[in-house]
Design a protein around this ligand. Structure first.
Ligand code: ADP
Ligand code: MG
Length: 356
């Protein structure tokens, strides 16, 4: 029932097969964390060490952010019953960013949707369709403006509203990609690529100066792509309803919840890819976390918003990013900032449109 790997495997397969091999290949690593397969590749003398450090950082993040580990910081926050709790730097940045992107997207992104995600069984893999009465009750808890954040002299504090809990699944892998980008920079990795379950980051260009080639998955065929992105120093994050779902009575229910209804979002979009240059999110925008975090939050939010609202948001220019939307009537919409960096797949049955 779960197809979570296709996208990143494809990205790497294409990166490998289309890039050609230099005389000395990159250091490479693979790990399973945050419920997904993660791949790392880094050129240069420090590549191996950078990947080791990246892996350790990811494990640390997973231990802090997982909602299913009882001793994680997020679990402590969820269990604090609305009391102010001291939180570390990572959780602080994620909470701040999550609130910023929630406000920016008209609450299409909301980490306090956690109880609803759980009611559908996505936290424990015991899937069920909740009753409308249950959803109505739980929806009253969904409102991230009730999360309080306070910087005190002895540290950063956070409190949820009474009865609330949070789920960082829609933003944590993007944040992790920002953290790995930082590690690559610290280790002087000028050319590298990571893929954390649909969250891709490329550092620089390939050693021969050409762009990294990243496949954008076909949401209807995990072994195919709708096209290829040529990227340097950039993030590309994809969300789709096919990443995690169950079927009941012939109907498919996926893991991206519309906070307005409590139901899996049915917006007419099959997939959203958000692409941004590595310096697109800025601290003065109220986002302390980085571009990968932004792309991850937006890929989830814009999937909920649907084509029209997503494109309106893109056109507003409030944040610097580009989009590839795949609609359920067979169109691939590419915003004009990507026009010369996106190549449609030969022989594809989709129709491709550039949006300005
Ligand atoms: P994936 O984790 O498959 O890469 P996303 O980044 O789109 O995909 O995140 C989906 C996850 O985010 C869900 O599994 C759930 O934990 C959480 N989530 C679901 N709906 C929302 C929402 N509207 N806002 C914030 N988080 C959400
Ligand atoms: Mg996301």
């Amino acid at each position: 029932m779960m197809k979570r790997l296709g996208c990143l495997l494809l990205a790497l397969a294409l990166a490998g097969s289309l890039s050609g091999c230099g005389s000395s290949g990159p250091a490479e690593g693979q790990t399973f964390a945050m419920d997904t397969v993660m791949n790392f590749s880094a050129y240069g003398e420090t590549g191996e060490d950078a990947i080791t450090a990246a892996r350790e950082r990811i494990y640390q993040l997973e231990a802090e952010l997982s909602r299913t580990r009882e001793d994680s910081e997020v679990s402590r926050l969820n269990q604090a019953g609305g009391e102010m709790t001291v939180v570390g730097d990572d959780v602080w940045k994620l909470l701040t960013s999550a609130k910023t992107y929630s406000a920016a997207t008209g609450d299409a992104f909301d980490i306090t949707v956690a109880p609803v995600v759980s009611a559908w069984g996505f936290t424990t893999d015991t899937y069920q369709v909740p009753s409308q009465a249950e959803l109505d009750t739980l929806l009253r808890l969904v409102d991230d403006s009730r999360i309080q954040l306070e910087q005190r002299s002895d540290g950063c504090y956070a409190a949820l509203g009474q009865g609330q809990s949070i789920d960082l699944g829609g933003i944590a892998k993007g944040y992790a990609s920002d953290c790995v980008a930082e590690i690559f920079a610290q280790y002087g990795v000028e050319s590298g690529m990571i893929s954390l379950g649909g969250n891709v980051y490329v550092s620089g260009a390939k050693p021969d100066g050409s762009a990294w080639r990243v496949g954008v998955q076909d949401p209807q065929d995990s072994s195919a792509a709708v096209g290829i992105l040529d990227l340097t120093d950039a993030y590309a994050v994809t969300s789709g309803g096919y990443q995690r779902y169950f079927e009941q009575d012939g109907k498919r229910y996926h893991h991206i919840i519309d906070p307005a209804t409590g139901y899996p979002a049915e917006s007419g979009l099959l997939q959203v890819t958000v692409v941004a240059g590595a310096d697109a999110a800025r601290e003065d925008d109220g986002n302390p976390a980085g571009t990968g975090t932004m792309c991850d939050a937006f890929s989830t939010a814009l999937f909920v918003m649907g084509e029209e609202k997503a494109l309106d948001f893109w056109r507003s220019g409030a944040y610097e990013f580009d989009l590839i939307l795949v609609t359920d009537d067979g169109r691939v919409l590419v915003t004009d900032g990507l026009a010369d960096r996106f190549t449609p797949m030969d022989g594809s049955e989709y129709s491709y449109e550039t949006v300005s």
